[in-house]
Design a binder for this molecule. Sequence first.
Ligand SMILES: [Zn+2]
Length: 97
Amino acid sequence: MNDEKRSGTFSCAGCGTLLFSSDTKFESGTGWPSFFAPIEGAVATTVDRSYGMTRVEVHCAKCGGHLGHVFPDGPRPTGQRYCLNGVALRFNEGRQP
Ligand SMILES: [Zn+2]
């Protein structure tokens, strides 16, 4: 999933909602698929205080499926880094949001 370089969209593995466009994907060097912005309204966030850390958890706005976390150290223009679990996503080649 992280090596996916084609143009398209990434959708929720649980319910199929389109979540991220390949236009917002970037190489973070973490080994996880990373994006600087979601498709508007597609994801929601909650504060996750597990493991003694405070992180912002990202989930599908429709089905609540866990997608990963978002960190405030991403690239421009948003400064956000959505660090996602590839198994929570499906890639749709050529499909636009
Ligand atoms: Zn979903």
